[in-house]
Design a protein around this ligand. Structure first.
Ligand code: PMP
Length: 456
């Protein structure tokens, strides 16, 4: 029997899946109770299974989708590209979508970022930025700079370099013997602020630790790497833009690069096109992926400055070139999807519409603040998170083994909403095509789930 004769349908596909697949970020044994959900098609903010059951994609399929599934405009752009060129290597060759996309990224990203290096997923973009920063200092003769400063609770991906730069124990602890050592500064995450302390005051206070670390270690540090404003995989913890302004100034003063990982927060998630804009800063490296292609295809870009570029530009024999590569670097289909995505940003007032949607999300979620097991509701633009705790007054978390957040997710699925809480943090990061009724549904179902999950 050839593969296209194999049975489909929800049950059949899930069974076939569990015989051969190994899913990402999953304890496969969990699938004994909850098999994977086969999706046949998507449209707008919705996914549909083989029985016609629909799921509202409240987390943009791992934060990638911006303008809906099967978006007609992006579909057409990718289909047209497919007719002419599906892929060509980007070493020694180039193509129009890669060139135009680089031009447009340089134009829309913060000032001073004038070079675009492509990769093919978020983690590989982080690897590029780490290696480029290190290599820059080597090329400058500063061979003692071999370390990176990272933030507590940060997340930058799963490949070994990116994992080393991150700090979420759940993903990192097992692999620690394989990872480079980093210097870790306390997070400006405002969940920990004093009851009467503002976000700004807390983020400023936390910056003092970073300041000390830089003063002590700048001579051996290549770069500081941060996720601007929201530590997404780190339980959607958030901080104030002032931290980024202070950090930019201190990195300049100490001769250390600043790497902004906007893989999750870029392309409008926090309210501005890039989160760095809220602090009025330009990093030395800006990592982009996820929403770059509107959630269609794996593509990543690292934007950097002319100063970095020039440190590698030399006669070949001097062996200063950045000889890093991935096979699918700058894939034309991905670049075309990205260009169509940027067209939508350019022609529709996406950020203004998102401001209205964010306000609506805030309004619907507000009553949850009174829930006896909700410690905090926090929001930056189109990202809103609700943190569940066992004891509200003491902010004492539930034992992680109870998997309360997962119960919320399971309830939501049974009601046709795709949520995927991070631990006990229920969050919403929907595609920008979500409408007001869908926002109401998404939050109502989450609230029901929270009630049930926190009952006993
Ligand atoms: N950096 C950040 C901030 C991310 O959120 C992620 C993915 N969740 C990554 C890097 C890694 O991207 P990818 O999964 O495409 O490797």
């Amino acid at each position: 029997m050839s593969s296209h004769d194999e049975p489909t349908g929800n049950k059949a596909l899930a069974e076939r899946d569990l015989r051969v697949l190994w899913h990402p970020c999953t304890q496969m044994k969990d699938h004994e109770a909850h098999p994977p959900i086969p999706i046949r098609r998507g449209s707008g903010a919705w996914l549909e299974d083989f029985a016609g059951r629909r799921y509202l994609d409240a987390i943009s399929s791992w934060w990638v989708n911006l303008f809906g599934h099967a978006n007609p405009r992006i579909n057409a752009a990718v289909a047209a590209q497919l007719e002419t060129l599906e892929h060509v290597l980007l070493a020694g060759f180039t193509h129009e979508p890669a060139v135009t996309l680089a031009e447009r990224l340089v134009a829309i990203t913060p000032p001073g970022l004038s070079r675009c290096f492509y990769a093919d997923n978020g983690s590989s973009a982080v690897e590029v930025a780490l290696k480029m920063s290190f290599h820059y200092w080597q090329n400058q003769g500063q061979t003692g700079k071999t370390k990176f400063i990272t933030l507590e609770n940060s997340y930058h991906g799963e490949t070994l370099g990116a994992l080393a730069a991150g700090d979420v124990a759940l993903y990192k602890a097992t692999y620690r013997p394989l990872l480079m050592e980093t210097l870790t500064a306390p997070s400006p995450d405002c969940f920990h602020r004093a009851p009467d302390e503002s976000w700004e005051a807390y983020s400023r206070r936390r910056f003092e630790d970073m300041q000390r670390l830089l003063a002590r270690h700048a001579h051996e540090v290549c770069a500081v790497i941060v996720e601007p404003l929201v530590q997404c995989a780190g339980y959607m913890r958030m901080y104030h833009p002032v931290y980024l302004s202070l950090l930019r100034e201190a990195c300049d003063r100490h001769g250390v690069h600043l790497i902004a990982d906007e893989i999750a927060v870029g392309f409008g998630r926090t309210g501005t096109l890039f989160a760095c804009e809220q602090a009025g800063i330009s990093p030395d490296f800006l990592c982009l992926s996820k929403g770059l292609t509107g959630g269609y295809l794996p593509l990543a870009a690292v934007l950097t400055t002319d100063a970095v570029y020039q440190a590698f530009y030399d006669d070949y024999e001097r062996l200063r070139a950045f000889l890093h590569s991935h096979s699918y670097t700058g894939n034309p289909l991905g670049c075309r999807a990205a260009l169509a995505t940027l067209d939508i940003f350019e022609e529709e007032d996406v950020l203004a519409r998102n401001r209205a949607l964010s306000a609506r999300m805030a309004r619907h979620a507000a009553p949850l603040a009174d829930h006896p097991h909700v410690a905090e509701i926090r929001q930056h633009g189109m990202i809103l998170a609700v943190e569940l705790v066992q004891d509200k007054a003491a902010r004492k978390p539930y034992p992680w083994q109870e998997r309360r957040g997962r119960r919320v997710g399971q309830h939501a699925l049974s009601r046709g909403v795709l949520l995927r809480p991070l631990g006990d943090v229920v969050y919403f990061m929907p595609p920008y095509v979500i409408d007001e009724e869908e926002i109401e549904l998404m939050i109502r179902v989450a609230a029901e789930g929270i009630d049930r999950a926190c009952k006993d």
